[in-house]
Ligand binder design. Sequence first.
Ligand code: ADP
Length: 254
Amino acid sequence: MLQQVSKDVIDWAEDKTAEIEQLQKAGNYRREFLANVSHEIKTPISNIQGYISTLLAGGLEDPSVNRDYLLKTEKNIDRLIELVDDLDIISNLESGEVRMEKTRFDFHLLIKEVFAFLEDNAKSVNIKFISGTEDNDPVWVYADRDRIRQVLVNLLENSIKYGRNGGRTKVSVYDMDENYLIEVSDNGIGIEEQHIPRLFERFYRVDKHRSRVEGGTGLGLAIVKHILEAHEQTVNVRSSPKIGTTFSFTLKKG
Ligand code: ADP
């Protein structure tokens, strides 16, 4: 009897310890997230403040800077909007409340649609998009089309941002029994091996010194991973510095 009681007490204590550890982890997680968010927001805000103050202090009447400072202000505001949009997407996904609205659709058409959407962006750095699928060859998948579109947009945008002028990005599709394996591959700057394990973390960037305005939000790949996990699929990356990077993920056939 006494033995049972003491076992119950030990079990209870173990349960509580695990619970406390979990709460502590969640607390740390929240603190870290808030610290990251405020850090990311601070830079564009203080840039905007700087430009506006200079304009008000006489810059407005100086044609050699006024337009330039307004354009820079606009760029910083765009960045804040991008950040808030990404935060909105990620908090939605992390709440676990959003359901994936799965339908059957042709992935080949989605590739074409996203290529068209990002065409100007790619052209500005002379990057060529190549699709490994053919017009008369539909690739039926079963997934949330809008979310998978977001995955493709994020990966292709990265291939442009971290690509090289005159480079190319290829989207290939491989048949694997129940799934399709999709690869987005670029011949850009690549990623050194030590960064690979942390790449999908929120706010993780390889080049910390990259301008916070030019660079992305550091949330793109975290969003990609969340969306694919909500589809019970995985995403992987392989890369060689100066040679290029390939992201691959699977989608259920439809
Ligand atoms: P960001 O908004 O900074 O692009 P992401 O989460 O999309 O954030 O990517 C995280 C980091 O991974 C980037 O800062 C970049 O250093 C690296 N990265 C992502 N995609 C590529 C790529 N195709 N080639 C090289 N590096 C990449």
